[in-house]
Design a protein around this ligand. Sequence first.
Ligand SMILES: C[S@@+](CC[C@H](N)C(=O)[O-])C[C@H]1O[C@@H](n2cnc3c(N)ncnc32)[C@H](O)[C@@H]1O
Length: 462
Amino acid sequence: MTTKEHISELKKQGNGAIKTLINKQKNSKEIVYILENLGYLPQTFDTEWMPTYLTHKNKDVRLWTVKTLGKIKKEENAELLFNLFEKENTTEVKREIVSSIGRMRLNTSVNGLFDILNDKDPKIVVQAIRALLVFKGEKEVDKKLKHLINHKNEMISSIIYKEYFSKEDINITTQKHSESYEFLRNKVILGDTRDVLREIPDESFHLTFTSPPYYNARDYSIYESYQEYLDFLEEVFSLTYQKTKEGRFLIVNTSPIIIPRISRQHSSKRYPIPFDIHHFLVKMGWEFIDDIIWMKPESSVKNRIGGFMQHRKPLAYKPNSVTEYLMVYRKKTSKLLDWNMKQYDKSIVDESKVNGDYESSNVWQISPKYDKVHSAVFPVELCKRVIMYYSYKGDLVFDPFGGSGTFGRTAKDLERYFFLTEKESKYFEYMKTFLKKDTLFNEKATEFLELSEFIKKRKGSK
Ligand SMILES: C[S@@+](CC[C@H](N)C(=O)[O-])C[C@H]1O[C@@H](n2cnc3c(N)ncnc32)[C@H](O)[C@@H]1O
């Protein structure tokens, strides 16, 4: 029987002595015992004998060989482990393989680890995440890891949340449900909405209403692929979820879009955006409440039916699209709407009541609005209804894709506070021009800030 003392004695004798000892063993338990007691190994340690043991019939021998190999940081060792990962059939050894690859902290392992993120075993994925977090801050690594925020395994999504989406220096709110942070009120921030959202406390907004950029249909929306576009929206709405108060609403205005054909030999392609975003919104916790149809006069939309009108041939029927969706979601809570309403003083409830005419069906007939600078602006009437039906006076409402700022101006008109983000400086500057025209969107109360200025202000406000 080999002893610990004997093993450390052999280690001191240099390369080859351990190899000879292991090769002499007939019994798997003995091999495991030696490997288990090797302890620290110098980077010059001879690993040439190990591949045989990586495919040993005894699982524990394989496990301990993997652990031992992981102690020597070498690209060829990582490569051996990646190859073994493909062949190994026990979860325990597979996990250890990923953990050992991680311990080597090799830059060259990053792509291989990306592949492992798709593994079905959440514990293996966690090991890969841990290994990749060593490279946190590298663009590609951050991108891949952030996508896991909506992983179906709760452990994985919460690790990603903690690493990327929660800010320890931001107070998780203890404020009253009806209140909002002063530093968020009536602000327009120039920047990618995701970067801005990461800078604000959880549970800040009472309502979000937005019309996301259309997939590659306009100049401000260029994405490499439809999947990349959907991933982008998923990230935005997941962050919005965190920043929304308990039981409050998100209303997303979208419609299927069409990318025109490039020539008569090709067909155009239609993308069903509302249907493709719905499933991930629900998965991240948004509870589906309603679908409201925004219906426009037929004379105001692009004519697609012209060809059919002439030839009348079945299959080539292309109706004019006069509708868009307003998909209504509520942040998951066990509390009833009554609870939300009871958070307000009676005077606010009374003042916020929707008096007079209101829309009783889910089909809202509203004409679109045309704007000389921005190609896709909300009509004021649409914003008005959303604000009146889904928020109380004094609430903080949010539009991540601010555009020309219609939602913000209307919110202010209706005595709500707003918070807008917009990535394009052209539209950010355009919003400023309303200051002169619109007394309700006046300079005194509305602040236009770049992201860095906003962060400074936020820190100062604490
Ligand atoms: C459909 S328009 C919204 C128009 C707006 N509802 C209005 O009434 O003017 C979408 C806007 O999102 C902006 N945008 C696109 N990606 C963004 C991002 N990552 N962060 C912030 N804004 C973005 C675009 O520049 C564009 O102005």
